[in-house]
Design a protein around this ligand. Structure first.
Ligand code: PGA
Length: 256
């Protein structure tokens, strides 16, 4: 079973519109030249439209970093699926910063996933344990709860991608080792298999995220269950992000 690898850049709350336009312009030739890997950039909302215009004729896809689930109405400050549909192919949902800083719950995230799928936007659904959960041996229990709550069979047919991002590895410069990431992602795939069967488990893409850089991507991509990466800090540097996607393509090509 070959899964198309994917590298997504989560820019978080960085870049003004001008800076975002410059960053997309800088990375576009390099990203566009990479074959057989899905490449996605996720700028802040205000830069989605300018980025979409720049990416229109390329093979690089666009993602949003968040979304509300209602179609429209009195939800001050929110962005609806309808506003993103047609501009974005992907949306990051359930990111640990949304869970921990903004208090998003499993039920809330699940509503967003449903709304994304209904609007043909593929969710990049983030899961991951905190340092405390990791140190107290609760990683598997935490992931089981997160995956079971939000991974309905139908969502996989809508293109749902899972991103395993241990909270202790995000923005800390302390990535999980390739072996740790492989072990946990394999566990997540087993959860999906147990619940939804072989076909879905073998097809679903599961990314690793948390301090991914041009220096550690190769080792991560060599793992059989790791299908790519959700990259934060290193996605803000054109050269690094292009290098990450290139290395991902080279390594996965070697497996064919
Ligand atoms: P990082 O962020 O690569 O800066 O650790 C990853 C993420 O939060 O998606």
């Amino acid at each position: 079973m070959t899964r198309i690898p994917m590298i997504a850049g989560n820019w978080k709350m960085n870049t003004t519109v001008d800076q975002a336009v410059n960053l997309v312009t800088d990375m576009l030739p390099g990203l566009d030249a990479v074959k057989d890997v899905d490449r996605v950039v996720c700028p802040p909302f205000v830069s989605i439209k300018p980025a979409a215009d720049l990416l229109k004729k390329s093979s690089v896809k666009l993602g949003a970093q968040n979304m509300y689930f209602e179609e429209k109405g009195a939800f001050t400050g929110e962005i609806s699926p309808d506003m993103l549909a047609g501009l974005c192919d992907y949306v990051i949902l359930g990111h640990s910063e949304r869970r921990h800083i903004f208090g998003e719950t499993e039920a809330f995230i699940n509503q967003k996933i449903q709304a994304a799928i209904k609007n043909l936007i593929k969710p990049i659904f983030c899961v991951g344990e905190t340092l405390e959960q990791n140190e107290t041996g609760c990683t598997e229990e935490t992931l089981t709860h997160q995956v079971m709550a939000s991974c309905d069979k139908l969502y996989f047919f809508g293109g749902l991608v899972i991103a395993y991002e241990p909270v202790w590895a995000i923005g800390t410069g302390k990535s999980a080792t390739a072996e740790q990431a492989q072990r946990t992602i394999s566990f997540i795939r087993q959860l999906v298999r147990h619940r939804h069967g072989d076909e879905i488990a073998n097809a679903v893409r599961i990314l690793y995220g948390g301090s991914v850089t041009a220096a550690n991507i190769a080792e991560l991509m060599q793992q059989p269950d790791i299908d790519g990466a959700l990259v934060g800090g290193a996605s803000l540097k054109a050269e690094d992000f292009v290098s990450i996607t290139k290395q991902a393509a080279e390594i996965k090509a070697g497996f064919k």
